[in-house]
Structures are given as C-alpha cells and as structure tokens.
Design a protein around this ligand. Structure first.
Ligand code: PMP
Length: 338
C-alpha cells in the first residue's frame, strides 16, 4: 500500500473502464478513462494541479496568494481544492448558465464566486476576459498577490495531458490503443493526449458538440457554429493556445440527441454516472469505431460525475423544456414494494 502525502498525489492515474455496450455493438474495445474519479470529480483536476505547480515554480504564486479563474466550473473546483491543499485562496468567475451543483461545490471548496451573464468571447464581459481583469486588479490589492490561471491559453494545462493522461493511456493499454477521441473546452486534453500519442501512431478524433466551431474549422477552415448544446464545459469557437499546432485525424459534430442517450444508458446499464460532455465523447468514440472498423482499441474521456447535473441533464422537466428525449426510467418510481 502506498500512502498519498496530499491531494495532489491523488490526482490522475485513473482507471480505464471498458464500455461494454459501445464495445459489443461496434466490435471494437471502447474504453473510458474514468476522470470522474479524480478528487474534484473531473478531468480538470489535472490541469488545475499543473497550472498551480507551474505558477509556484515560476515564483508568481506566493504563499497565501490568490488564484483567479474564469471557468465553466470544473477547473474552478480543481483549482479551489488544489488551492486549499496548498494554502492558496481562489476567486472563480462562472457564467450564470452553469449548473447550480457546480456553483454550490465551488463555494463549498472555499472559492469566492462571481456569477456573470453568459456572453461570447468577443464581449469584454465574457467570463474568461472578466476573470483576467479581476486577476490584474486583485494582484494589486491582495497582500500576497494574485495570479490568473488562464486555462484556455496557459499551456501548463496541455502539459498535464502530455505528461500524465497520454502516457497513462499508452501504458494501460500496453501500447495497443489505436484511437483517442474527445471534445474540446480549452483543448488541453485533446491536444495534450494527441501530442503524447499521435507520434506513436494513434489516430486522434475531435467530437464537437453543436454550437461549437472547431469541427467546421478543421473540415472547412471557417469558424461556423450551427445549433446549440446543453452540455457544459465544452464547445470552443477559437484556436486557443492549447490547440495551437494540433490537427485531428477525424472530426465529427455530435448532437445532444445522439449524445444524451449514451449518458442515460451508461448510467442505467453500466452504473456509470456521467455529465453530458462524456456523452459527446462516447458518441464520438462510436463514430470512430464505425469509421476505423472492428478490432480497434479506442479510448475516450469520462470527464466528470453526473451528480453535478442532477437539476439539468437528469431532470425530466428540464429535458422536456429543451425538446430532448426523456428516458422513461428517469420518471419511474422504482420497484413495487410489498
Ligand atoms: N468536459 C467537461 C465537463 C469539462 O468541464 C471540460 C473542461 N472545461 C471538458 C470536458 C474539456 O476539457 P478541456 O478543457 O481539456 O478541453
């Protein structure tokens, strides 16, 4: 038995879980990297840890200092928890549209929360740009200084996946992995894993939700973003620093109607309780399996834990209001009791 010395030690080294139905239906081995098993229950713990360690190593984040970030929630949760374990404060700017559960968890983790109306990146009050200005202001007023984590353009994020997620996938599959696919929020996961695995012959796929512009960019060179998605934490409209130099081998645009049934089936049939972005990822892995043909090993990311979305993704009224299919078991009371 090995004793972890602190929270940082418990981040990463997540298991790969065979997704049985997706595998059996495609004749491929479709494996999900269980990132919801990180202490903050999402893949973003890895980026948070690397960003904080990098800022400490560069001497810009000093003891008692403050970490400021704009985030859909998961990066903020990671930063707040890592911060708590290392003696840093956190201030998190989040779009109002994100789930209440993530906001509650952020407050619980000790973050000071700033909720802003959802606005596109070109708007100066967009949550990311707002957080950058707030960090600058706090750097002057906080006695121990403040830094902007800047996950979208801070490549310590991508490095987390180059150095940990990618090599873990290679080792866990004994080098038998043929394909890797996931969606993009910052691009750290997709481009970082690609940096680690593309040179070893692994083919990389982008699973883009509706309302995101990367599928369009990688297939036509234009940023076009038709439709919309209820998924959180993904859907990018620009080439972030974390995506620079990256090119996928495959790209698909995946609708919520295709992705959400994956989330419901994985919970009911395989006991995996996941958020919406994991549904986009698993749908992408199935598209990749169909395109590559049977016999391949394809890995994707199970990004975060589903309880984070109980009031949205797993709420029949919410789904109905969005015109999305409601699985019948979600409204069923359970067994008839004697
Ligand atoms: N899924 C969820 C639920 C997320 O919060 C994020 C990160 N915002 C992602 C996927 C995408 O990860 P990345 O930022 O590495 O592209």
């Amino acid at each position: 038995m090995r004793i972890y010395t602190d929270l940082a030690d418990a981040i990463g080294n997540t298991p790969l879980i065979r997704l049985n139905r997706a595998s059996d239906e495609t004749g491929c081995e479709i494996l999900g990297k269980a990132e919801f098993m990180n202490p903050g229950q999402s893949v973003k713990d890895r980026a948070a840890l690397y960003i904080v360690k990098d800022a400490v190593a560069r001497g810009v984040l000093r003891p008692g200092g403050t970490i400021v970030e704009g985030t859909a929630g998961n990066t903020g949760i990671g930063l707040a928890l890592v911060g708590a374990s290392m003696g840093f404060k956190s201030v998190i700017v989040i779009p109002e549209t994100q789930s209440q559960e993530k906001k509650d968890m952020l407050r619980l983790a000790g973050a000071t929360l700033v909720e802003v109306p959802a606005a596109p990146y070109k708007n100066p009050n967009n949550y990311v740009r707002y957080s950058g200005r707030l960090a600058e202001a706090l750097a002057k007023t906080e006695p121990n200084g403040a830094i902007w984590a800047n996950q979208f353009d801070n490549i310590a994020n991508r490095r987390a996946h180059i150095e940990t997620t990618g090599p873990e996938i290679w080792d866990q599959t004994d080098g038998r992995v043929d394909g890797f696919v996931c969606a993009v929020g910052t691009g750290g996961t997709l481009a970082g894993v690609a940096d680690a695995l593309q040179p070893r012959g692994v083919r990389i796929g982008l699973a883009d939700p509706e309302g995101a512009a990367l599928h369009s960019f990688y297939t036509t060179g234009e940023f076009d973003s038709p439709g919309s998605s209820i998924t959180e934490g993904i859907g990018q409209g620009r080439i972030t620093a974390n995506l620079e130099g990256f090119t996928p081998d495959f790209s698909w645009r995946i609708s919520d109607a295709e992705a959400l049934p994956m989330v419901f089936d994985l919970l009911r049939d395989e006991g995996l309780c996941l958020g919406g972005s994991s549904g986009i990822n698993v749908a992408g892995a199935i598209r990749m399996a169909r395109e590559m043909g049977p016999g391949h090993t394809i890995v994707t990311i199970l990004c975060d834990y589903g309880t984070r979305y109980q009031t949205k993704l797993f709420n029949p009224e919410f789904l109905q209001a969005k015109g999305l299919p409601v699985p019948d078991w979600l409204t069923r009371p359970g067994l008839d009791l004697p």
